[in-house]
Design a protein around this ligand. Structure first.
Ligand code: NAD
Ligand code: LMR
Length: 338
């Protein structure tokens, strides 16, 4: 049975061979919280991603089993498992991209903010590890409440002197995925042909679908706009209630996270025109963080696009979103500063 060191050498060799052949660049990716409801299907999807040569699966429980299972898939990435805090640094060293779905999910009746107490500390500790072991990695932050955990991560990186706003990305892809699905249902078209920008943040009224900017261009009745806005803003709660205490969205989230991670990796590779929505440090509004369309490139989010023209309905929604966002952002910042 090869040792970890032998595996490392063979994987480095494989990356070098691959590059020499003009093949995939062979990125190293870590998932923190890899044994969870999102983590497991996300690990599966990332193991299938040809851009990845090394996949590190870290959790505080059950990561050896998940790793053994995923590692039998006959795809290119070498999979390694890491269990518990003492193995966090090894899990992170050398990573190009770190995806964080670690933390507790909602139960019916809870808001995402109710998760702050536990998840804030988890995200802080994990980001301290990133600052130490892979300060140049792109970070995809999934743990809720995203509107606060991204500011927490930023403060941790600032404290460590490693903060690069372009590399810290809150994952709001599930809002876009839902919006595309629900809009396609209303229009009676294939969701793959629909693109709905969703801006603001990732909780309730902070999730602001820009239905006036749907591609391909289309128009909705007032009833359709009310229905779509409400369904997109409450898509997470719809799943939490349907799961009735067994957690929140995991499978659609793993799909969304894999889609976003793949976009980040294609950006890192140097592909042109990779545009996704993300909650990020931003000057699009007066708030320090805001979700909008960003262009992903070799150094992370290299361009942040303005919101574009909003109609009256969206301008009112933006006002509500900014009010709640301001509080959630401040809560995250002061958690680290205090
Ligand atoms: P889960 O409870 O099934 O899995 C979470 C995993 O995190 C568990 O395996 C747990 O052991 C692990 N974990 C806990 N503390 C850890 C630590 N310190 N280090 C590493 N791992 C740790 O939950 P889930 O359904 O996978 O959801 C995870 C998080 O993602 C929740 O906070 C949830 O609200 C959030 N979420 C976000 C989005 C989004 O769109 N951004 C969508 C769905 C869920
Ligand atoms: C979601 O949108 O599905 C996630 O944020 C999980 C949740 O708590 O709703």
């Amino acid at each position: 049975r090869p040792s970890n060191l032998q595996m490392e050498e063979s994987s480095n060799l494989r990356r070098a061979n691959c590059r020499a052949k003009g093949g995939a660049p062979g990125f190293k990716v870590a998932i923190l919280g890899a044994a969870g409801g999102i983590g497991q299907p996300l690990a599966l999807l990332m193991k299938m991603n040809p851009l990845i040569s090394v996949l590190h699966l870290y959790d505080v429980v059950n990561s050896p089993g998940v790793t053994a299972d995923i590692s039998h898939m006959d795809t290119g990435a070498v999979v390694r498992g890491f269990l518990g805090q003492p193995q966090l640094e090894n899990a992170l060293t050398g990573m190009d991209l770190v995806i964080i779905p670690a933390g507790i999910p909602r139960k019916p009746g809870m808001t995402r903010d109710d998760l702050f107490k536990i998840n804030a500390g988890i995200v802080k500790t994990l980001c301290e590890g990133i600052a130490k072991c892979c300060p140049n990695a792109i970070v995809n932050l999934i743990s809720n409440p995203v509107n606060s955990t991204v500011p927490i991560a930023a403060e941790v990186f600032k404290k460590a002197g490693t903060y690069d706003p372009k590399r810290l990305l809150g994952v709001t892809t599930l809002d876009v995925v839902r919006a595309n699905t629900f809009v396609a249902e209303v229009l009676g078209v294939d969701p793959r042909d629909v693109d709905v920008p969703v801006v603001g943040g990732h909780a309730g009224v902070t999730i602001l679908p820009l239905l006036s900017q749907v591609k391909p261009p289309c128009s909705f009745t007032k009833e359709e706009i009310d229905y779509l806005t409400d369904r997109i803003q409450n898509g997470g709660t719809e799943v939490v209630e349907a799961k009735a205490g067994a957690g929140s969205a995991t499978l659609s989230m793993a799909y969304a996270a894999a889609k976003f991670a793949d976009a980040c990796l294609r950006g890192l590779r140097g592909d042109a025109g990779i545009v996704e929505c993300s909650f990020i440090s931003s000057q699009v509004t007066e708030l320090p963080f805001f979700a909008s369309k960003v262009r992903l490139g070799r150094t992370g989010a290299e361009e942040i696009f303005p919101l574009g023209p909003l109609n009256e309905y969206e301008r009112i929604g933006l006002g509500k979103a900014k009010k709640e966002l301001a509080e959630s952002i401040e809560k995250g910042i002061s958690f680290v500063k205090k």
